[in-house]
Write a protein that binds this ligand. Structure first.
Ligand SMILES: [Zn+2]
Length: 232
């Protein structure tokens, strides 16, 4: 069975990762949309680095939850037939046991060199402008997709949506495109569509099956059902 799963902020929120919408979207008096754009990075790189350095450091204080672990179990059973796509920039899927995750909005624990495009695993702060290990330029930026930039891996995602038998969307607001359009795309190509979300998302009407409650409860139950079907 070919399955595409899309996860969003809701699945990480249950592990204690703050979402962009928490605290009215403010960080140290800045609107989050003002520190998550290429323009902000050009105008004030220190503030943008401090924002992402803090988010990266906070990853040490959170752990994957049963929803992350259940998706790792699904991946173990389905192998290449599962494409796990996340809008999250944390590493909770990886730490929950999923080795191959498509981070369409990038990753906190990765640095992208604006000079040579090299990507490097990154744990510490970037505020002190360390040089790129590849080209030596002090041009590292957070390897995240900012507002106004194109999400990563779209070709692979669209191809997988078109051949999926099941599309499952977990913990997303259904408000941010292009991800909000995945359900209609998958359904148009014949996939069964499932929403697992704390509350009905903005796109809930597009799903054939919508279930509402905590991801840490709904996702393990859905994975168990899906695995039973695969093994039948
Ligand atoms: Zn470089």
């Amino acid at each position: 069975m070919r399955v595409v799963v899309l996860t969003g902020a809701g699945i990480s929120a249950e592990s204690g990762v703050p979402t962009f919408r928490d605290a009215d979207g403010l960080w140290e008096g800045h609107r989050v949309t003002d520190v998550a754009t290429p323009e902000a990075f050009v105008a004030d790189p220190e503030t943008v680095h401090r924002f992402y350095d803090a988010r990266r450091a906070a990853l040490d204080t959170v752990e994957p939850n049963p929803a992350h672990r259940a998706l790792a179990e699904l991946g173990e059973a389905l192998g290449d037939d599962l494409l796990l796509v996340t809008q999250n920039i944390d590493d909770l899927h990886e730490r929950g046991g999923s080795p191959d995750v498509l981070h369409m909005h990038g990753r906190l624990r990765s640095a992208l060199c604006a000079a040579c495009d090299a990507r490097t695993p990154w744990e510490g702060p970037m505020l002190d402008a360390p040089p790129c290990a590849g080209c030596g330029e002090a041009a590292l930026r957070p390897d995240v997709v900012w507002f106004g930039e194109v999400p990563l891996g779209m070709d692979r995602i669209v191809e997988a949506l078109e051949s999926a038998e099941v599309f499952c969307c977990i913990g997303t607001s259904g408000a941010v495109y292009p991800a909000a359009g995945f359900v209609q795309h998958a359904a148009a190509y014949g996939a069964r569509t499932v929403e697992l979300n704390l509350v009905p998302s903005e796109g809930t009407a597009y799903f054939a099956d919508s279930r509402h409650g905590p991801a840490s409860a709904l996702v393990p139950a859905w994975v168990a059902e899906t695995l039973a079907e695969v093994r039948a």
